[in-house]
Design a protein around this ligand. Structure first.
Ligand SMILES: CC(C)(COP(=O)(O)OP(=O)(O)OC[C@H]1O[C@@H](n2cnc3c(N)ncnc32)[C@H](O)[C@@H]1OP(=O)(O)O)[C@@H](O)C(=O)NCCC(=O)NCCS
Length: 260
């Protein structure tokens, strides 16, 4: 579908709490497609598959467990699928959760000794290439930030020299910001990325990780995103909220048909 194509079909939005394998596999396929395009020429398919692998059952189970845990702690996972003429495909997904890493003691120290407030980590926004630049990424980000309080500093991490993702967050009001971890180096300039060793697999070039925060008072951010969502023609392409189980079944059926 080209950018100018009239949107048709139906978008299906589901919130995921108990991740069914078919949904997790579709997330991994969508993530792999989005990152392969984004990091083309800088990361190999094997490096991308280290992060997103729809074929490895152990990887899928680890991902499912992560989603289960985060959802239990109040995290939000959203699945966006597109249905048209009996075809159903996952076209995007996004996740955010309140972040206060570490075990009970570490959390208590961060909270009570350093007075750190948990912030919302926007951990994933992925839209498959054929559906990008139509407002779906903005829509997913809006749905995520709307679930959390105004003062929770929605924070995104961007890996590698990913100008599309950096611009996407910056144009929505996010700014480079230093880490809120108590042990963070306060002299470090926020727009200097932090190297993350082995992010794309053992022995690979370290990933460069940028940290961006939404400005205080996310109301401004929201109205901006709302505007983008409307500009992108969401009135023409309605989102139908649906049960994740129903969506899993639709995706499984679509996969079975494709494999026939
Ligand atoms: C970053 C990403 C999620 C953006 O998704 P998207 O669906 O393209 O997002 P949107 O369509 O809402 O916005 C993208 C741009 O398209 C523009 N746009 C939106 N609707 C449009 C339309 N109908 N016609 C033309 N342009 C449009 C927006 O203005 C926006 O521009 P900007 O980012 O320069 O401000 C997507 O590129 C992606 O998945 N990238 C790979 C993974 C990644 O890096 N994720 C982020 C870090 S986890």
């Amino acid at each position: 579908m080209s950018i100018d194509a009239e949107p048709s079909g139906e978008l299906l939005l589901a919130e995921v709490t108990v991740p069914h394998t078919e949904l997790v596999r579709s997330f991994q396929e969508a993530g792999q497609a989005a990152w392969t395009k984004q990091l083309e020429g800088t990361r190999t398919p094997e490096e991308v598959a280290y992060v997103y692998d729809p074929t490895d059952p152990d990887h899928l189970e680890a991902q499912a467990e992560g989603i289960r845990q985060k959802a239990q702690d109040g995290g939000v996972y959203l699945a966006l699928a597109h249905a048209e003429g009996g075809e159903v495909n996952m076209v995007g997904y996004a996740a955010a959760f309140s972040h206060m890493s570490g075990n009970g003691l570490a959390r208590a120290i961060k909270g009570h000794v350093f007075g750190r407030e948990p912030y919302v980590e926007i951990s994933i926004v992925n839209v498959v290439p054929g559906f990008q630049r139509k407002g779906h990424g903005g829509r997913l980000l809006m749905e995520l930030t709307n679930r959390f309080g105004e003062t929770q500093h929605p924070t995104a991490y961007v890996f590698d020299e990913n100008q599309v993702a950096l611009g996407y967050f910056q144009r929505r009001g996010f700014v480079f910001s230093p880490s809120r971890e108590p042990q963070a180096d306060r002299r470090k300039k926020p727009q200097t990325p932090t190297p993350q060793k082995d992010y794309f697999g053992p022995g690979t070039e370290p990933a460069q990780q940028w940290r961006l925060e939404a400005p205080e008072g996310a109301g401004e951010l929201r109205s901006d995103i709302n505007h983008i969502a409307i500009v992108a023609g969401h009135q023409a392409l309605p989102v139908r909220q649906m049960d994740q189980l129903e969506l899993s079944h639709l995706l499984a059926e679509a996969r079975a048909k494709r494999e026939d």
